[in-house]
Write a protein that binds this ligand. Structure first.
Ligand code: HEM
Length: 924
């Protein structure tokens, strides 16, 4: 056991200051000894049961080895250890130069190891499918363990489905021929052996044990012990929570006017918000654009509008803060609310599904369905160019090519009138208009390039094949406009997934372990140069582990080894690949025993409304250092976006959204306009709704467990009081600590306290360190007054987290949800794995995705020490809006504010790059 005197000294101080600089040589000597001890103790075993999980906390020896004194210092907090390792922060996390590179490498490798452990455990303990496959997941089938199962009856197409016969009808169902060529409209046949998986209308999954969901219903003793009778759909009052914990404080409310600003986009308008120095407004809209691809609880922009409900604001205190008792909203749709069945396995009783289920009214695949459609209705809004049906129709309303508006004949919710035509048109503002226009232009750019090639080499082999006639070459000249449209969809979807994985996420999680981790997800830890080693590893993963009936091999070993070659393209390079063989076409996917769909808990952590500012600082590309107007986001809502886009110009919106910082995800940072939004379809006295409060209500309707149990279920350490939300890295006497104390006081005021009863066990997901069950007192003496930390709504909890890894725009709790689901989104999709092939994408399409465009380009310099390609989104923007060339010359990552000097090694400093010194954003 390592026993260091400083630990005792540190424990007596209310806050420890970093100690690692005092004597680096001595620290490194101790760290090396600890490394030896860690190696001798061997690898940590993967937990057998959920209450033995890793919780992101390593042994003392590993902490000291990977992060020295700093990592030791914070081991007792609830937060994961890896962020305190060497090299996991900015340049101050790199030890003094005399120690060379060793510690930094240990730190980063250690962090990646911890993250892989978390992923393995998440795959093992957090998959709960609602479609009827869960009993088999637990009990297995025909001698094969549940997590190694690959095919389910529940994923068959039903008899009334139009493609029922095509896939095999009553017999064994396998998609083939035309159904497997491209991404289908409704999402069927992505997995050729499980036709219905991920298609529109499938049920949302869960990442939580079913009996922990719907805590408001208090359906079992653990839940009753955990929350007493303190919870309800409107309890605690969501509008009170919104006004007290979500409202952005304003230094000059008259200049903000609830987000409306002073009229005419005046530059005198001002709405204060807390800004992230390393993430821009394009990044905010990007993630909204992604959610419109992945999921929707709503249908055509409304919920169950036959049932309207009240939304709180019932007491004077809340009303004095500005909430509205007259607001009403339509209830969410429910797919099933009958009592779920039960089954018994290993002496334990299980529910077959959650007590209520909900449909994902979008395809769950990363298939750019917000652009291309997800059902026949949304497809009618996708406008193709009659002169060249391979392309999207663009009008010349801005002189350069912009989306047409919806016509009266188009299916639409009346409130969308005047909007640009898009498959997913809801919650449209200038941000959606910008991204839709950019990617529609990208689609057309690919089609142009392909058609040019077809003119040059009409008889050349396009690479494309029709699985119905698998071995006939399709020459360039024979690729039909419909085929080319679908090929371009595949290419654009893959580009979007690549941008998200290798560009958006590494900027959202701006540090070296995550840069490496996300690039490993895509192209492997070995990178694009992995060559033969990558190929051999990919073969081991897909041919061996992927086919194994052994649960450990099919899940944990698969996940570990996939980090070598990367997930993207897994199974696509096997020798003798034959598009006529379903086992080749589908050979690279792995669902880990649970059909893929997003879980409700994923939707929760994407309720990212604080990212959006109230006012966009509008700039003209010709003079980008000047803010020419402040345009309220709400003045671009729905149809109003069309004129804003066309009259002000795509290139000017690009530089405006690109230079402005987005809002950080923290309490008291929701846009004012969202708390007061007017939505025409609302049938209420006010016609308004508080979206921040609605986020809480929707989560409660969907039965998302409250924050502390949510963390336990994901294998994270619980909090024992509101004080745990504070960041121990912040000095005790600093203004930041004072702000955190105020936040804690507000949480206590809203959620309250109670006298605890140690005889009440509140969870079976985890145990106390001494092995005893966790009870209502959370480690405090029986009968003492404890915080109602169990009741905190999950969105409130993750916004309140102040301890975050370096450069994290999201919290640790949100991050763990991403680790699981972001990988699964790639692992499960054959078009990102074994069907990433010329037979589907064309040769040009494969190259376009790999090279980020027609030819590879390398970024100048070595940003954060890496030689890297010019980023995929920068390449897209340069094609879609060539006017941006000068502005983008210094941009390495499109989601980093464009005029910021990125400095050295993951700096978060807010200072201008050369040439942008006069930009007023740097004077604030
Ligand atoms: C100007 C911007 C935005 C507006 C006007 C807006 C508006 C809305 C509205 C009206 C809803 C539906 C509420 C309901 O009845 O359930 C909603 C849901 C949602 N929004 Fe936003 N939003 C905006 C930006 C964003 C951003 C940046 C994100 C980031 C990811 C986001 C994520 C979500 C999510 C996850 C839901 C839940 C969807 C579902 O339940 O299927 N929104 N938003």
């Amino acid at each position: 056991m390592i026993r260091l005197r400083w630990i005792a000294a540190c424990a007596t101080l209310s806050v420890c200051s970093p100690l690692f600089a005092a004597d680096p040589k001595k620290e490194e000597a101790e760290a090396l000894k600890a490394c030896a001890q860690a190696v001798l103790s061997g690898f940590r075993k993967i937990a057998e049961t959920r209450d033995q999980r890793f919780q992101g906390k390593v042994s003392e020896a590993n902490a000291l080895c990977r992060g020295g004194y700093q990592a030791m210092q914070f081991r007792n907090t609830p937060w994961a250890d890896w962020s305190n390792y060497w090299g996991a922060g900015d340049s101050t996390s790199i030890p003094p130069i005399l120690l060379k590179n060793g510690p930094t490498q240990r730190g980063i490798l250690g962090a990646l190891t911890d993250l892989e452990y978390q992923r393995i455990e998440l795959i093992k303990f957090n998959l709960f499918d609602n479609n009827g496959t869960y009993p088999e997941y637990v009990q297995g089938r025909d001698g094969v363990g549940g997590p190694a199962l690959k095919r389910w009856d529940a994923m068959r197409l039903p008899a009334d489905h139009p493609n029922y016969k095509d896939v095999g009808g009553d017999g064994s169902q396998t998609c083939k021929g035309g159904l497997i060529r491209f991404r289908s409209l409704s999402g069927i046949c992505n997995d050729v052996f499980n036709p219905a998986m991920g298609s529109v209308g499938q049920l949302f999954a869960r990442n939580m044990e079913f009996d922990t969901t719907f805590p408001d219903a208090a359906q079992n003793e653990l839940v009753r012990n955990r929350h007493g009778d303190r919870l309800g759909l409107l309890k605690p009052d969501p509008q009170l929570i919104s006004r007290k914990l979500f409202t952005r404080a304003q230094s000059n409310p008259d200049a903000c006017r609830e987000g409306k600003g002073i009229s005419d986009s005046s530059t005198d308008s001002n709405c204060d918000y807390q800004k992230a120095p390393f993430f821009n407004v394009i990044a905010a809209y990007w993630i909204q654009f992604m959610t419109h691809d992945w999921f929707s609880h709503m249908e055509e922009g409304h919920n169950n509008d036959s049932q309207w409900m009240e939304v709180g604001c019932t007491n004077d205190a809340a009303q004095r803060m500005g909430c509205r008792p007259g607001d009403r909203i339509d209830r969410g749709y429910v797919a099933q609310d009958s009592a779920p069945g039960t089954f018994t396995a290993n002496g334990k009783q299980y529910l077959t599904r959650a007590p209520k289920t909900f449909r994902n009214n979008n395809t769950a695949w990363w298939d750019a369905s917000q652009l291309y459609g997800y059902d026949p209705i949304s497809r009618q809004r996708v406008k193709r160019d009659p002169k060249d049906p391979a392309k999207f129709l663009l009008t010349s309303a801005d002189g350069k090519g912009t989306l047409p508006t919806l016509s009266d004949a188009d299916p639409m919710n009346p409130q969308w009138k005047g909007q640009e035509a898009a498959a997913f048109p809801d919650n449209w503002t200038i941000g959606m208009s910008f991204l839709h226009n950019v990617f529609v232009r990208e689609h057309n750019a690919f089609v142009d390039a392909f058609e040019k090639q077809a003119q040059k080499t009409p008889n050349g082999d396009s690479g494309l094949r029709n699985p119905a006639d698998a071995h006939s070459v399709i020459h360039y000249k024979d690729v039909t406009p419909d085929e080319l449209f679908e090929v371009a969809r595949l290419v654009v979807s893959a580009e979007i997934a690549k941008i998200h994985t290798t560009e958006w996420t590494p900027q959202l999680l701006y540090d070296e372990p995550l840069y490496k981790g996300m690039n490993a997800n895509w192209s492997g830890l070995l990178g694009a140069n992995g060559g033969d080693v990558s190929k051999v590893l990919a073969d081991i993963v897909t041919k061996n582990f992927g086919k194994s009936a052994d649960v450990a091999k099919a899940t944990q070993w698969y996940s570990v080894f996939a980090s070598g070659p990367g997930i993207f393209g897994l199974g696509s390079k096997i020798s003798g690949y034959d598009v006529a063989k379903p086992e080749h076409v589908n050979g690279g996917v792995n669902h880990f025993g649970s059909p893929f769909n997003f879980p409700e808990e994923f939707v929760t952590v994407y309720r990212l409304h604080p990212l959006v500012p109230d006012l966009i600082e509008f700039r003209d590309l010709k003079d980008p250092n000047k803010v020419a107007a402040k345009v309220p986001v709400i003045s671009t809502f729905e149809g109003k976006a069309t004129d804003a886009m066309r009259s002000r110009g795509l290139e000017n919106w690009a530089v405006s959204l690109g230079r402005q910082r987005l809002g950080i995800l923290t309490l008291n940072n929701h846009p004012q306009f969202m708390q007061n939004i007017t939505i025409p379809r609302l049938q209420s006295a006010t016609g308004q709704i508080d979206l921040a409060a609605l986020d809480l209500i929707r989560d409660r309707e969907h039965g998302v467990p409250r924050f502390n149990e949510f963390r336990r279920q994901y294998g994270l350490r619980q909090l024992t009081s509101f004080d745990d939300f504070m960041d121990q890295h912040v000095p005790a006497d600093s203004p930041a600590r004072k702000t955190q104390q105020e936040m804690v006081a507000n949480l206590r005021e809203v959620y309250g306290t109670h006298v605890c009863d140690a005889s009440k066990v509140i969870t079976d997901a985890q145990r106390n360190p001494d092995g005893t069950p966790i009870n209502d007192c959370l480690g405090h003496p029986n009968g003492s007054t404890v915080d109602n930390v169990e009741d905190v709504d999950t969105v409130v909890g993750w916004l309140a987290e102040q301890t975050r890894p370096h450069g994290f725009a999201i919290s640790e709790t949100q991050f763990v949800v991403f680790i699981l689901n972001a990988s699964r989104r790639l692992f499960s999709d054959r078009f990102f794995t074994s069907s990433f092939r010329p037979e589907f994408y064309t040769t040009m399409g494969v190259n376009w995705v790999n090279n980020n465009g027609p030819a590879a380009m390398v970024e100048k310099g070595t940003p954060n020490g890496h030689v890297q390609p010019v980023s995929p989104f920068k390449r897209v923007l340069l094609r879609a809006i060539p006017e941006l060339e000068t502005e983008l010359a210094n941009v390495v990552n499109v989601f980093d504010p464009w005029a910021r000097d990125r400095g050295q090694y993951y700096s978060l400093e807010w200072k201008p790059r050369p040439g942008a010194e006069s930009d007023p954003a740097f004077k604030q």
